[in-house]
Design a protein. Structure first.
Lengths: 209, 209
DNA sequence: CATTTGCCGTACCGTACGTTACGGTTCGGC
DNA sequence: GCCGAACCGTAACGTACGGTACGGCAAATG
């Protein structure tokens, strides 16, 4: 059994365990209520006893599932070499595209729904995990780019965190909450490209030197 | 029993029924899992038989609760008389303050968590109700103001919906998703005022004539 | 070959909760 | 005062699901 509190990564899991967590992810995407211990055991062709041996209890399985998915979506970091206005704009736009793509994906929606509903109860760990690997990871990833842009004289801001949150708002707008609430909005590749370009332009209009 | 599909308003409910729904709201805010039929009956000092007689089943009670809360938070409409740049800025800033105040309130967070978790199952009605009385109601309320600003030559945009969504993003940013995920961020009166002012300034910088 | 280990499949248990049923009480109308 | 409707409080039922126990089997281990 995985010790509680230990971060689950790619190497601390056997292939069989990864398969089990992928089965849980599939069940979660197909509809939040299908994710029962019996359902996971049947989908993964394993016994419930094994689930409890490996993950402790239902919460442990859910936590491991969320962490496993978080470990899978490591986005490529942005390089801050040769930073001119064009390169910075490309980096920001690519970041926006990646963010919208992940956010609008079935897995992200299902995972955020699960974490949000668990944050309503006493168990807030799932919410914190999603926050840490979602919103906060985004900030840690983009802030060096923003600061590099400021150092290069391309951007003007005092509070980097505030600048990132504005960029976040310009990119995401009402997309995430509408998706979480079940709004059947279409977010195809073309829309994402347009949204990312618009967010970049608006961000430069607000923070460009 | 309330016929299914009928919109529950302020006048279609007796005082006793409103008290029951307020009890359900209180239970919901105190922790999503406390909202059981037995819990509501005990809190409202009524019998479960009465609950089922009035609301049909648990889903009906939840739907009525959400609609009842939505009926309570009718925000004051913005008047479009005497629209100069200063009046428009004040209207936008007040809208932003109201939006942030409602969004960060305990009831809104609890209600959105409930609706989000229900959107993950097959029953999407709660999510649609919250969307209709939340995000969409905001759009219907602000769009006339934006168009009046455009008619007065104060704002420049082609797509009113897009302009509203940008304003929404500038105001809300990451606040709602962080609150829904259980982030213990403080959003006191001072912060809301500053956020609203910043959102107004940024929106004017992007869409001002 | 004998033994241990790990795991599958399944049956089982306890609990929580939605739902129903029923006896007792209050209250307005005649 | 009498009646019926509405309602309260509680007990009871059915089910779903988290968690546990156990038999069997196959592969590793000696």
């Amino acid at each position: 059994m995985t010790p509680p509190g230990l971060t689950i990564g790619d190497d601390t899991l056997t292939e069989r365990q990864k398969a089990v967590l992928n089965a849980a992810l599939g069940l979660l995407v197909e509809g939040g209520d299908g994710l029962t211990m019996t359902g996971v055991a049947r989908r993964a062709s394993c016994s419930k006893e094994t689930l409890y041996k490996w993950f402790g209890d239902r919460d442990g399985l859910l936590t491991a599932t969320v962490q496993w998915q978080a470990a899978k979506v490591r986005m490529v970091p942005v390089d801050r070499e040769r930073l001119d206005a064009r390169a910075l704009g490309i980096a920001l736009e690519k970041f926006a595209r990646d963010l919208l793509s992940v956010l609008s994906g079935d897995i992200s929606v299902a995972l955020n729904r699960l974490a949000v509903s668990h944050a309503g109860q006493e168990k807030r760990n799932l919410g914190m995990i999603v926050l840490e690997n979602g919103r906060y990871a985004m900030g840690r990833r983009l802030k060096p780019v923003l600061e590099a842009g400021r150092d290069a004289g391309l951007l003007v801001f005092e509070d980097c965190e505030a600048a990132f949150r504005t960029f976040f708002g310009l990119v995401v707008r009402d997309v995430q909450i509408r998706l979480l609430l079940g709004d059947a909005m279409k977010l195809d590749e073309k829309t994402i490209l347009e949204d990312a370009r618009r967010a970049r332009e608006q961000f430069f209009a607000l923070y460009g030197a």
